[in-house]
Design a protein. Structure first.
Length: 232
């Protein structure tokens, strides 16, 4: 697994989003953009015009997490606005497969997000239609929440299925990911880590990204050694 860090601009200054992107350009793999509609979740953030503006302002690939109703209708617009990855919630979609295919047809990768209460087993058979699985480690809607460690078995279950089936898919975790939780996520099988406050609450966001990646990589490598049989 290749460790990737996706700083979340939900924790940044919304009046200086271009500066927030620039602060992690060159060190982060993604820029995570939380889209909320005040319907699927009780919060309202940004939409397609801001995503298009960010796409023009940063070289970082945009990782859009749609916490919105009716993603079947709206998701493609984010791909067309320049998002490199568009993740939508299984709980909000009418047809997860068709929506994933529409996103891919528009030139973006497709991700499937699961709320904490959603069973990953219900979606294992469609993961081949996606590029990423997002396991929420908080309830979606607000930043700065406490990490839900009870989600780690869900991550591990998904990773085992992907490994056993040979399905190439990233597993992303989002919510409460920080220095004291990222290693646990990596050991469970995550390889893409959304970090908001841990990055944008730091004095040096770029250094925070580098430190988080180092922690996750070391934990991931230790797990890989166990699976390879080199460690008993």
């Amino acid at each position: 697994m290749s460790v990737q860090i996706a700083p979340s601009i939900l924790a940044a200054d919304f009046a200086r989003l271009a500066d927030a992107a620039a602060a992690v350009a060159g060190v982060a793999e993604w820029l995570h953009v939380d889209v909320m509609d005040n319907h699927f979740v009780p919060n309202l953030t940004i939409g397609v015009p801001v995503v298009a503006a960010l796409h023009a302002a940063t070289p970082l690939p945009l990782d859009c997490h749609l916490m919105i109703d009716d993603p079947d209708r709206w998701a493609v617009g984010y791909a067309e606005a320049g998002a490199a990855n568009v993740t939508f919630h299984a709980e909000a979609a009418g047809n997860v497969v068709e929506t994933a295919r529409s996103i891919r047809a528009a030139g973006a990768r497709a991700g499937l997000a699961l709320r904490p209460a959603t069973d990953v087993d219900d979606y294992l058979d469609v993961l081949g239609e996606f590029d990423m699985l997002l396991v929420m480690t908080v309830e979606p809607g607000f930043g700065g929440q406490e990490f839900i460690a009870a989600m780690m078995p869900k991550v591990a279950r998904a990773r085992k299925f992907l490994r056993d089936s040979g399905t190439p898919l990233w597993i992303q975790v989002d919510g409460g990911v920080a220095a004291d939780t990222i290693e646990e996520c990596a050991r469970a099988g995550a390889d893409v880590f959304v970090a908001g406050s841990a990055v944008y609450g730091a004095d040096d966001p770029a250094a925070a990204v580098t430190a988080l990646r180092r922690q996750a990589r070391m934990a991931s490598e230790a797990v890989a050694e166990l699976h390879s049989g080199r460690v008993t």
